[in-house]
Design a protein around this ligand. Sequence first.
Ligand SMILES: [Zn+2]
Length: 267
Amino acid sequence: MQSQIRFPHQSFPEHKLLVELIPGIYWVRFNLSSIVSHVNAYILRDVKGITIVDTGISSIDCKYIWEKILIDEFKGVKVNRLIITHHHPDHLGLLGWFHERFQAEIWSSRVAWLTARMLTLDVQETTSIDTLSFWYGAGMPGSLLSQRKKERPFNFCDYVDPIPLGYRRIVDQERISIGDNYWHINFGQGHAPEHLTLHCPELNIFIAGDQILPGISPNLSVYPTEPNANPVGEFIETCEKLLKIEDREYLVLPGHNLPFWGFKVRI
Ligand SMILES: [Zn+2]
């Protein structure tokens, strides 16, 4: 089955800042030293400017790459808007930075927005008793538990710039215009609540975020905040929903790894 997944590029060219996948749609890749090895972002030519889908993490390296791209490749072009696929730090870390620097509008699902806002404000110096007992119940070995007890826990705000107060809400099944084209929105579940995907039948492009990845399933995690969640069930439900989309040999642009053809085979 994996042989039916095809890639227009076998890797991201080391010496380049971005790759133009089709006219007006660009792929940017950030190498990261934390959380995950890399993350993708996409730039779309828009009316009198550009729209950016996902930003990378808040780091000096990511900011440097964005500044270089905007100066070298899009000099004088306005950043109209940022669309966020889901609330994870590697995808929206620079939201606040873009908003402050370029006055870019922020477009997101409501749950992604609220979750990100809540998590940036929720700073925890120590791991809570509830989290420790959740980990214990999940079978974490005692030695690791006591190590975790001593460490500062993962804090969302360590990887994300402060998130601005307001945004423009995107709803499921909405159709939004970017440049000369309409893009259809589908919400997915399992990896992140109200994770949005965008596809454009005219361009045969499907921006998938982490909902569909070429080589692995996305991370489907149960967190102590919702110990009885069923992310696998929710993910499968989303796959069934996305399978109903007319198959047009979309080029899928994922949040990680390489753009690929074989959308339905992969699902
Ligand atoms: Zn991701």
